[in-house]
Write a protein that binds this ligand. Sequence first.
Ligand code: AKG
Length: 283
Amino acid sequence: MTPDEQLTYFDTNGYLNRGPVLTAAEVEAMRDGLDRVISLERGDGDDSSVEFKYGHDREGDAPEESGRDARAIHQYVNMWKRDPAYEAAIHNPKIAATACRLLRTPRVRLWHDQVISKPPGDNAHFGFHQDFYFWPLGPPNIVSCWLALDDATVDTGCMHVIPESHADPRFSPEAWARETSAAQTARDEGRPAEKTERDRMREADPSHGIPVELAAGDCMFHHCLNFHGTPPNVTDRQRRAFVMIFMAEGVRYNHAQSPGHILVPTIEVADGEPLVGDAFPVA
Ligand SMILES: O=C(O)CCC(=O)C(=O)O
């Protein structure tokens, strides 16, 4: 696809398979960096960043029962602060230029990155969701780059997307505001809120989406309003991915949308101001 075709495809579908962006050596350096972080965390841990997280406990386990080693999914936020191979990835010219093009902006800033590793075994997590509503940000001019560190197939739990859902009025921020207010009214009146189309979509199995299979070193982009999810990894192989979330110029801090987000303590601008600062580097 030419760059213009990529843009048209992304505008229409809300996602784009961008293909290869990293060399095998760059992928290897990132895998090695992740191994170092995991072994550090399995030792005494490292709490040097407020946003750093170890992972998701197995479904139904209380954290104290599962313990660090037993966790089902490793999820590490802001690897760029911890390992040079990851810092290089957030500044990778192919990735940054694509993010700028898709968001029609002269430069992008990183909201945050994260490694998501689905090891073989118990790893069901990441049903259909829209990222935007988890973040204290707006407007929704934000894109994620999902970079495969292992070959990502249907069996290993590759990304699955619902094309065009980013532009579906039923899943828009305006509909979200109406649903939030209706849910509050229902709570005030002591009755359950009505199920919405968004709720139904969240309950659908991720395998209902379109799979975006990638080789290690390839990436795909998805719009922050695009419904996406990943099914379990049913192979005996690892499925590691590095996700970089890029904001267009002008995206602002919108505290009310997600007041409890782990990155809120790292935000230095006032509520409503464009989100800038060293914690959110220009890519
Ligand atoms: O990597 C995964 O399994 C899920 C990632 C995801 O949902 C995201 O990048 O927003």
